[in-house]
Design a protein. Structure first.
Length: 228
C-alpha cells in the first residue's frame, strides 16, 4: 500500500511539472463563434481583435496568411474570432460582419482589414461600410436591418465585458493559444514559436520521449520503500 501511495505522489508531481502553463481561466468555444479552420483541428487559437486596430490589421494581412497555409488549411489549428471593438466604428463593423453568413465571415474580415484606412477614417464610415458589405454580397436592405438591430451590438459588448473581466483582455490583438494568453501583434515566426510550444501535441510528444518514466517511478518507490 505504501508503495502505491509513493507512486501516486510521484506521478502527481511529474504531472504538475510537465503540464504547460495555462491561464487560470481561458475562453471556450461557443455555438455562435465564427471559426476559421476544421472543427476537429487540435490546436485552438482565440483572437480578440478590433476592426479599427492597426496592429490587428497587420496580423491579419502579414501573419495570418502564412499561418493559414501552414497550420489552418492543413487541419493542425483553427482560429476563433472574438470581437473586442475599441470604438464605435469598430463596433458597427463587427455588427455588420456578424450579419454575414458564417462561411463568408473570414473573407469579409480580411476585406475590412485590408481597407481599414479607407472605411474607418471616412467622414461617413457607415456608408463606407455599406459599400464593402455590398462587395461581399450583402444588400442595402440587409445592411440597414443589421445595423438597426440593437441586440447584435449588445451581444458584442456583453462578450467584450466578459473578456475584460474573466480573461483580463485590455488591448488588441490578444490571443489564447491552447489556453495560454499571448498579447500583441507578432511576426509569423514568433507566433509559430508560441503555437509550437503550446501545441496540443506537445504533451504527447513529451510523454513518448520518456517511455520509461512509470518504470523508473516504480523502481524509485521500491527503493524508497525498502529503506523505510
Amino acid at each position: 500500500m505504501r508503495k502505491i501511495c509513493l507512486i501516486a505522489a510521484a506521478l502527481a508531481w511529474a504531472a504538475f511539472f510537465a503540464a504547460p502553463a495555462l491561464a487560470a481561466d481561458a475562453p471556450k468555444l461557443l455555438p455562435d463563434d465564427r471559426v476559421l479552420g476544421k472543427p476537429d483541428a487540435p490546436n485552438v487559437i482565440f483572437e480578440y481583435f478590433s476592426l479599427t486596430c492597426p496592429h490587428c490589421a497587420a496580423f491579419d494581412q502579414q501573419t495570418l496568411p502564412q499561418l493559414k497555409k501552414d497550420w489552418i488549411d492543413t487541419g493542425r489549428a483553427k482560429l476563433v474570432y472574438r470581437d473586442f471593438p475599441l470604438d464605435q466604428e469598430a463596433l458597427q463593423a463587427a455588427v455588420v460582419s456578424r450579419c454575414m453568413p458564417p462561411e463568408r465571415y473570414p473573407a469579409f474580415i480580411d476585406l475590412l482589414f485590408a481597407n481599414q484606412l479607407d472605411w474607418a477614417a471616412a467622414p461617413d464610415y457607415k456608408a463606407a461600410l455599406a459599400r464593402y458589405a455590398k462587395l461581399a454580397g450583402m444588400s442595402q436592405q440587409t445592411f440597414d436591418a443589421c445595423t438597426s438591430d440593437k441586440s447584435k451590438s449588445d451581444a458584442i459588448l456583453a462578450s467584450q465585458y466578459d473578456a475584460k473581466n474573466r480573461f483580463d483582455i485590455e488591448s488588441t490583438p490578444s490571443f489564447f493559444i491552447n489556453g495560454k494568453k499571448v498579447v500583441g501583434e507578432m511576426s509569423y515566426t514568433d507566433f509559430v514559436k508560441n503555437l509550437a510550444s503550446n501545441s496540443a501535441a506537445s504533451g504527447a510528444a513529451n510523454a513518448s520521449a520518456e517511455p520509461g518514466l512509470f518504470d523508473r517511478l516504480w523502481q524509485w518507490s521500491g527503493s524508497f520503500a525498502s529503506h523505510g
